[in-house]
Write a protein that binds this ligand. Structure first.
Ligand code: ZN
Length: 769
């Protein structure tokens, strides 16, 4: 009886740990509760989101001006002096746009570097209202600074507020600030609020050119109540091309900073579903729970010494502050864990509790369980084949993706329980634990060498070794003790089990399955003592089937889960033809009418997109009246020896949103200026590639036009080269054009995100001669 009670308590400890690791990571919030004026109110912040995110507000449209005016009004009502910064920038990938940044500055008592709070106020082109991305960030800052001032605080450091523009186009507003604004040199620390989805935890991801220690120290000293971050995510983030405004500040201004970004419900990112109703209030509250303590702390902390040579490992445990330790401990800990593991194994053998052969046999269930990774891989491959419509989701994460995530967790659990049940014998739980500990040591060693940010995986290993020791000693109340010893593994692994497919797409389900196995083996000391393993395994499999069915019944597109689709009209003025084009893999009731005689689209010069998507189908379209842009090419008469210099003017003759210019990437430009600006190198010190010399793609320039402003180009090429330049000119008025009569989408559809869509495009080629 006592044993059963013990097992039950141990199991409850595990379940509580898992629940807490999922639910204890961000605040609960009651939007109807009165919040004192000097505190951050999620409801008040949410009102800002409502006001800013009624419509798409991208550079150049009317709602964009409205959003800007709203922010200015709010800052003025706080009694702040506003400063506008306006100007063109040409970024390193050739994106040219005029940004309008909004700034304000609160003077501090001291002389130290300033604290910068920032977010961007433009939304993604052309269909996203941008409630999460990034009205949530703007709202967080407006509400936090209001609460901060309401409590009568006077900061020691100056506080600069920066609402950047054109983040979505090429981080141009941030570049304008860091390159040209005098305040940029004053900044000691930047806090940036962002999103890549519409819910879930907000992750803290730091940006620094140096070691991370000083920044992590500052972050822990601020004592935020719900820190969610770890050095593994930081290492992975650094390897991915996820640039934010802070990246520009770090690269071009050597400014240290912390990003706070949430990524759950990724399918809302940059789409028409990024509306206030889809923003999770707990997530917005989480952003506020970061900013308030950080604002109070950093407004008075010295910000002059945030560069440090030292790096630290760090991870969060919900409800506690960060656990951190220096990189210099990585190899000593790895060495100590090896010694401990060997010592406990030898101790067990001497005590006649461990036998060599069963230990070696323990690799069998471990390897078989790891097959769950393969199951996860083929599961998603099967889903893509069985539901071809999932290919329309550019995000790689479907609306029903969380059901798949849960399903894979239970499938992996079922496999583990079944396999380990088969290999279980009376009194061999501890022997089966040895092989997993050896694997965990190998993982820790690989991390120590190849992915240092993940080297803290040695901690669950250490606790696992203690578990093995206790199993060998066979203490009386060992189960409950063992359950508590497996909590670090739960807290460290659960975030990754849940977040890899969210961050990197459902193709990562295999990794979730593998991580479930790695966690399972450390829970095995407790689970191995349960008599009903087989039953639990069977139940897990039933739950897996159930979750798969739930996902199946949510696989159809409808109003709540709208289908992304695309339609683009292209008038080719060179060939004097017009075509309908789509990026979609399959057709639907909206697109079918246009692609009856469709052909597979040829890869031609086209506007770059996040995922590099190109047209799948093309079909003939009626010719309509479309004024071509005015292009004038002037060859300078007094060119230098061996060079031809050209001055080009491009003036759109209709309301357009974008211009892209292309020339074969073999064509190098000795100099290339757009509106008087030259693009910087792609990666200073790292690469010789340049968008205009040593070119890595055909695109020369991506220009986001406002009204009909003339674009001026000055180019120098080798004498006699006479390069050909292709111009694409796009406008988002497909639905408004009376000659085309394109009917509106129905409610169960949205414009496909990340690509140029719903557009009328004119193509025209000209030669520099
Ligand atoms: Zn954003």
């Amino acid at each position: 009886m006592a044993k059963n009670i013990q097992a039950l308590i141990a199991l409850l400890v595990l379940i509580a740990g898992i629940t807490w690791s999922v639910q204890g990571t961000r605040p609960y919030v009651d939007l109807n509760k009165e919040v004192p004026v000097n505190e951050f109110s999620t409801a008040r912040a949410f009102n800002h989101v409502q006001a800013l995110a009624q419509q798409p507000h991208y550079v150049g449209n009317a709602a964009h001006s409205h959003a800007r005016n709203y922010i200015v009004d709010q800052l003025e009502s706080l009694g702040l002096l506003i400063e506008m910064q306006e100007g063109f920038t040409l970024n390193k990938t050739g994106t040219l746009v005029r940004s309008q940044n909004i700034l304000a500055r609160i003077a501090g008592k001291g002389e130290g570097p300033a604290l910068l709070l920032m977010s961007h106020y433009d939304s993604a082109m052309h269909s996203s209202p941008g409630a999460s991305d990034a009205a949530s960030g703007v709202a967080t800052i407006l509400e936090a600074i209001r609460a901060y001032r309401a409590s009568g605080n006077v900061p020691d450091n100056d506080i600069i507020l920066l609402f950047t523009d054109a983040e979505e186009l090429g981080l141009n507003g941030a570049e304008l600030f860091v390159k040209e604004h005098p305040w940029a040199a004053d900044v000691g620390l930047a806090l940036n609020f962002e999103s890549r989805g519409s819910g879930g935890n907000s992750f803290m991801l730091l940006e620094t050119n140096e070691g991370n220690k000083a920044l992590i120290d500052l972050f822990t000293e601020a004592e935020v109540p719900y820190p969610v971050t770890n050095s593994l995510a930081y290492s992975v983030y650094k390897m991915l091309p996820n640039d934010t405004d802070l990246t520009v500040l770090r690269e071009q201004g050597n400014i240290n900073g912390l990003n706070f970004a949430f990524i759950d419900d990724h399918f809302d990112y940059h789409t028409a579903t990024d509306i206030p109703e889809n923003l999770d209030a707990r997530t917005l509250a989480h952003q506020g729970s970061y900013l308030m303590p950080l604002l109070k702390y950093s407004a008075s902390a010295p910000l002059s010494s945030l560069n440090s040579e030292e790096d630290v490992l760090f991870f969060d445990i919900p409800g506690l502050n960060l656990v951190t330790y220096p990189y210099s401990w990585i190899f000593p800990l790895l060495f100590i864990s090896l010694l401990l593991l060997l010592a406990v194994i030898i101790f067990g053998i001497l005590k006649k509790k461990l036998r060599v052969k069963p230990i070696l046999k323990g690799f069998m269930p471990l390897l078989l369980s790891l097959m769950a990774g393969l199951a996860g891989y083929f599961f998603w491959e099967f889903a893509l084949w069985f539901y071809p419509k999932y290919q329309e989701m550019e995000h790689g994460f479907t609306y029903n993706g969380y059901w798949y995530l849960a399903a894979i967790i239970f499938l992996a659990l079922a496999i583990c329980l079944y396999v380990y049940h088969r290999f279980r014998k009376p009194q061999n739980t501890h022997e089966l634990l040895v092989a997993p500990l050896i694997l965990w040591w190998i993982i820790s060693a690989l991390a120590a060498v190849y992915l240092k940010g993940a080297a803290y995986f040695v901690i669950p290993l250490m606790f696992g070794i203690v578990q093995l020791f206790i199993l060998i000693l066979d203490l009386k109340w060992k189960l409950i003790l063992l359950a508590f010893l497996s909590l670090p593994a739960i807290f460290i692994l659960m975030p990754f089990i849940l977040s890899f497919p969210v961050a990197l797409g459902l193709k990562m389900l295999f990794l979730t399955a593998v991580l479930v196995v790695l966690l399972f083996v450390l829970l095995w000391p407790v689970l191995g003592a349960l008599r009903s393993n087989q039953l639990f395994g069977f139940l897990s499999f039933v739950i897996f089937i159930g979750l798969f069915l739930v996902a199946h019944f949510q696989s159809e597109f409808n109003e709540a889960r709208p289908r992304p689709n695309s339609l683009v009209y292209v008038a080719d003025k060179d060939r004097n033809i017009a075509t309908w084009n789509t990026y979609d893999a399959g057709l639907d009731t909206f697109t079918a009418a246009y692609f009856e005689d469709a052909e597979a689209a040829q890869q031609e010069y086209w506007f770059g997109s996040k995922n590099g998507s190109s047209f799948s189908k093309t079909a003939p379209a009626p010719q309509i009246m479309l004024p071509a842009p005015y292009i004038s090419v002037q060859k300078a008469s007094n060119e230098a020896e061996g060079e031809d210099v050209y001055h080009v003017k491009i003036a759109p003759n209709r309301e357009i949103n974008r211009i892209a210019l292309f020339a074969d990437k073999a064509v190098n430009f000795k100099s290339f200026k757009a509106n008087g600006l030259e693009a910087g190198y792609l990666q200073p010190g790292q690469s010789e590639l340049h968008v205009h010399k040593n070119r890595w793609w055909d695109q020369l320039l991506s220009y986001y036009a406002v009204s009909k402003d003339t674009l001026r180009l000055d180019m120098t090429v080798e004498e006699g080269l006479q390069p050909e330049i292709t111009l694409l000119e796009g406008s988002y008025d497909l639905f408004e054009n009376p000659q085309l009569q394109v009917p509106a989408r129905d409610e169960a559809m949205i414009p496909r995100p990340f690509v140029l869509n719903d557009a009328i495009v004119v193509k025209k080629t000209f030669v520099l001669q």
